[in-house]
Design a protein around this ligand. Sequence first.
Ligand SMILES: Cc1cc2nc3c(=O)[nH]c(=O)nc-3n(C[C@H](O)[C@H](O)[C@H](O)COP(=O)(O)OP(=O)(O)OC[C@H]3O[C@@H](n4cnc5c(N)ncnc54)[C@H](O)[C@@H]3O)c2cc1C
Length: 469
Amino acid sequence: MVVGAMAIELDTVVVGAGPGGYVAAIRAAEDGQKVAIIEREYIGGVCLNVGCIPSKALIQAGHAYHNANHGSEIFGVDSKATLDFTKTQEWKDNKVVKTLTGGVEMLLKKHKVQIIRGEAYFNGSHELTVMGKDDTHQLYSFNNAIVATGSTPIQIKGFKFGGRVIDSTGALNLKEVPKKLVVIGGGVIGSELGSAYANLGSQVTILEGSAQILPNFEKDLVAVVQKGMKAKGMDIHVKAMAKEAIDNGDSVTVKYEVDGKANEIVADYVLVCVGRRPNTSNLGLEAIGVKMNERGLIEVDNQGRTSVDHIFAIGDIVPGAALAHKASYEGKVAAAAIAGKPAAVDYRVMPSVAFTDPEVASYGLTEKQAKEKGLNVKSTKFPLAGNGRALSLNQTEGFLRLVATKEDHVIVGAQMVGVGASDVMAEAGLAIEAGMNAEDITLTIHGHPSLGEIMMDTAEGVLGQAIHM
Ligand SMILES: Cc1cc2nc3c(=O)[nH]c(=O)nc-3n(C[C@H](O)[C@H](O)[C@H](O)COP(=O)(O)OP(=O)(O)OC[C@H]3O[C@@H](n4cnc5c(N)ncnc54)[C@H](O)[C@@H]3O)c2cc1C
């Protein structure tokens, strides 16, 4: 049924309400645009509904359960906990996800962004149709568009999603804690969810195709995470090729090969997280001249502008890491470009964080990348064991490393594995972005005792003036 044959006019339209889209919409509205946002499923996108946020909630629940049973004896706290996983899931869905997505909807309304529910399809370079529920269609015309349609899990041969073969969304919404869980793909998502379920009591096996889990992080960082995983009884197989899953009704048999040798494991569920593909195929974009690469990623310039001048693309549908903070950042740049401001992306700091046990974070350049760029750099490490706060938390595994130029000690990269890495490293981001050197960090008074002091101690090490090492 066609509802509106006449197009409703919009200034800027944003397609997709994930961390890219909603941030772009709010910023465009703040810059004086009349904005509408179109969303076919859920406000907040993957990140808030079935990604970053619910995964962090399950990780936290895993810590609470694991520590109650295993992690507190050293403090003289002896307890044996039970787990009501229905309550865990209710807390995650109702108190965490709904609070946040409700908040985003409120923010959109506060900024007078019109929320349009339905699936968008571009029928022209200045016109799109929104298909709502009940087969309703409405036409909209626009001056500028920001496309932020995100990504979907990749399905691999032999592992058709359904039943006991689950994707990350399935893993986040399980009704029970699996006794045995096989994870195909030891990237950030697989390692985080695998660790969360190991803490919740599952026997977890990770099968990773490449030579190391968390392949985007340096070996010495990953070694610390892997040691922690093994201590929790997680089984990790690298260079393992997943072949097939056979659903037995009450279990699943996973066949895989290591060095050409056939193996199999029987588990309750197999979680497949080998990557995500961009949602760019059914949008009508190619027909209006928006160029894409062979992987379906949209080609953009340094403002997020596609090959069609007034159409921008951001987030998981453009090249680069598929991360929420990247999507939001690109959303702000695109909105600024539409407002005529001289904005451009600068990925110098792009953070990469894995919320494993312990956490890993990498900002800016690794030593190898810095050297490849021709920079004359040196790395300096500081162990968490030298930090009073880490000791009092009984979490001394790990280290922080600063990569700084030899001559003037300018910080160009930082990597950390250890408790609190996701937060401690924000300071490294600021240092790299602002072009600070190690002395700037050492001259900043850091509260004591705090994990933040690790940054100051490492910077002192860069200057050859370490106090605590
Ligand atoms: C389990 C998991 C954990 C993650 N954890 C982290 C993390 O800790 N940190 C981090 O930085 N990143 C994390 N990510 C990645 C992060 O979720 C994504 O990078 C981020 O959501 C991308 O944002 P986006 O705005 O590009 O797209 P999305 O969040 O995917 O949003 C796109 C939206 O567009 C809508 N849409 C698509 N097509 C149409 C259409 N035709 N019409 C209307 N609407 C449409 C979709 O319904 C969706 O809501 C995680 C991902 C997963 C799966």
